[in-house]
Design a protein around this ligand. Sequence first.
Ligand code: UD1
Length: 421
Amino acid sequence: MDKLLVTGPCQLNGSVEISSAKNATLPILAATILFPFPVKFVGIPDLMDVGTILKLLQSMGIKVTKNDGDVVVDATKLDNQHADYLLVKTMRASVLVLGPLLARYGVASVSLPGGCAIGARPVDIHLTGLEKMGAQIEIENGYIKAKCDKLKGAVVTFPFPSVGATENIMMAAVLAEGTTVIENAAMEPEIDDLAHFLMSQGVKIEGAGTSRITIHGMKESELKPNPKSYRVIGDRIEAATFIIAGIMSGGEVKVTGLNPDHLKFVIETLTKMGANIEVGRDFVQVKKSNRLKGTTIETLPFPGFPTDVQAQMMALMSIVDGNSIVTETIFENRFMHVPEMIRMGSKITLKGNSALIEGVEHLSGAPVMCTDLRASAALILCALIAHGQTEIQRVYHLDRGYEKIDEKLTKLGGKIQRVKG
Ligand code: UD1
């Protein structure tokens, strides 16, 4: 297992280009199952999770051709509609093949993803939605066994705006008979990008990015191949991580290749804390600022503060003036970075789903362990500004969702060494 050795404190300066968003790439690649023709992409990020979804598609007999970020997925023909436990257990988003398989083939057997480190994360909202569209679903031997004659358009009202469930139902609705309306849909930018991708292949969708999405079901023969390659939006979570890294290090960092509207709440919060930030059309420039002050945040579905930036924000709150409070409302166990950060000198007290962070002067390097993707990002941020060396173990969590993060940070002036293991 690789580990990172980070020597701090260091100041980051320069410019960094953000990769395409992992959380948009995964559903979009799953959506290729719907199309009986090759679909072309540019700029697909080199991430472990992307490798997993491509392997999953290939395991069904789908042809994948890859040349760096140029990827062609050809689902003209499938050999099977089975998503095996061995692949699904490594990445929960594998469950996103369920909707498209069922829509195109009327049958799917997809391993139940099970829990993960940050919480139980059931898929009941996905399954109830598909049942509303006429699917018969049973759980057998750890697998979701789903079948239908033909999915039928329906009004699907979610009890909670689940990102994955919105994506699964949107994709299922593409080849359903009639129109589907999703009420209380998730509004994350990645949903909007999935809709754009589907529309680029001839699908008719209205309202993506709002809480009510309408998808007009089509016949397979009505879908249109697009000769142009699709580029997935920039990763707002990666961008937020680099923005926070720049602020924490006291340097000047230009983060490019994102839509700053996707980070409106994060940028507003950082500005309120005293960060000096310039926002352009497709970049965010962090400038030198005085020491920041503490604040209060609560994670919420988009457009609220993203749970995927909560850990990184807590890293920043560790070294600002005064106290901060973070309340996590999306996942039940998303404070696993806290004990590791405390080992580096952060002063954090947990109470239920809230954390009180008392700002300290500086952090100090220590051996720490990654527990999940965003927790790992928070540990790198702390390590960059901590005095001395930090050894970060289990960095495979980081490699799931950050493309070449150590190389990008090194280019900005970070002192990071990857030790292969
Ligand atoms: C997606 C993102 C993840 C992000 C999360 C919330 C991807 C690949 N992952 O995850 O990075 O942290 O959105 O912004 O895009 N829930 C249920 N039943 C369901 C579905 C969800 O109870 O059927 C609960 C989950 O356990 C969790 C909450 O709803 O507590 C949010 O889940 P959801 O919005 O579905 O997130 P994901 O799609 O899993």
